[in-house]
Design a protein around this ligand. Structure first.
Ligand code: FMN
Length: 278
């Protein structure tokens, strides 16, 4: 969601790489804008009341230069604070020019300080209602870049990190006819790096923040692999496209089983970090 509605990139902008279990997309934040999204999400109340968890993913408009990006995130927060159960800060989409530069230490610090202050203000204005905020990172940052971003995320009191968004790397699909199409690659080719980032984040954070793992979950065993790498929550998108909703049930079941085994085999070494249900 961006403050103003925008059309996104011209079509075609989303491609299936069926033999690779992958999607290449350059949607470009096509959306109706924060005010209309807030209205639309009123109808998600019943889902949320029944225990469904709804995340609202916010970004900046394409026409907004990076030095004004903070204003866009503030507008989205003002308009959507009460619309979801958590807010995801998207600074990692490859499809909005220069967006990912906001992940650099100094830029990120400015942005997250403003977001933390805005949350404090909105919490006070909404009967002390606290909305958790997670920051979503790109898999294409260097390991050092990931660690620096994590330090800034912790320092500014964020509640979680999402590892990861889509990749601009084509290493895993070299020679594919769509290799040269611009956009973010998701699905199986992303699994390895996004899991590596999850593991790196887990080792660096040492339980201070929960990690939401996203990237290449195409099977229940992939979901368990994310948990083993240190995730508290697993998300999937491309797997849903290829495998359908049954994949979600399979993942939930496999993670529940993994947790049961894990807890009996090593009760003392369990981290004390928050561990929300899958
Ligand atoms: C068509 C499409 C649109 C996406 N739009 C967004 C978006 O608006 N914001 C965002 O943070 N991630 C977006 N993503 C990234 C996914 O949320 C997810 O992080 C990524 O695809 C990796 O997970 P997966 O391999 O399970 O798909 C999009 C992915 C796809 C395929």
């Amino acid at each position: 969601v961006t403050p103003k509605g925008q059309p996104g990139n011209p079509k075609p902008r989303c491609f299936r790489l069926v033999e690779d279990d992958a999607i290449l997309n350059r949607m470009g934040f096509n959306n109706v804008g924060a005010i209309q999204v807030a209205k639309n999400l009123q109808s998600a109340r019943a889902f949320r009341n029944r225990g469904g968890i709804l995340g609202v993913n916010i970004g900046k408009n394409k026409v907004t230069p990076n030095d004004l990006a903070i204003d866009d995130y503030m507008k989205c927060m003002d308009r959507l604070y009460m619309s979801g159960d958590y807010i995801a800060i998207n600074i990692s989409s490859p499809n909005t020019p220069n967006l990912r530069d906001l992940q650099a230490e100094e830029e990120l610090n400015k942005l997250l300080a403003a977001i933390a202050a805005k949350r404090k203000e909105l919490k006070a204005a909404n009967k002390d209602h606290y909305v958790p905020i997670a920051v979503k990172l790109a898999p294409d940052l260097s390991d050092d870049g990931i660690k620096k971003a994590l330090d800034v995320i912790v320092k500014n009191g964020m509640d979680g990190v999402i590892c990861t968004n889509t990749t601009i790397s084509r290493e895993a699909i070299l020679g594919h006819p769509l290799e040269k199409e611009p956009g973010g690659l998701s699905g199986r080719p992303l699994m390895e790096r996004s899991t590596e980032v999850t593991r790196l984040a887990s080792e660096h954070l040492r339980g201070t923040l929960p990690i939401i793992a996203s990237g290449g979950v195409m099977s229940a065993s992939d979901a368990v692999e994310k948990m083993e790498a240190g995730a508290s929550i697993v998300q999937l998108y491309t797997g849903f496209i290829f495998e359908g909703p049954e994949l979600v049930a399979d993942c939930v079941q496999a993670i529940a089983q993994w947790r049961a085994n894990h807890q009996t085999s090593c009760p003392v070494s369990e981290p004390s970090s928050p561990s929300p249900a899958p």
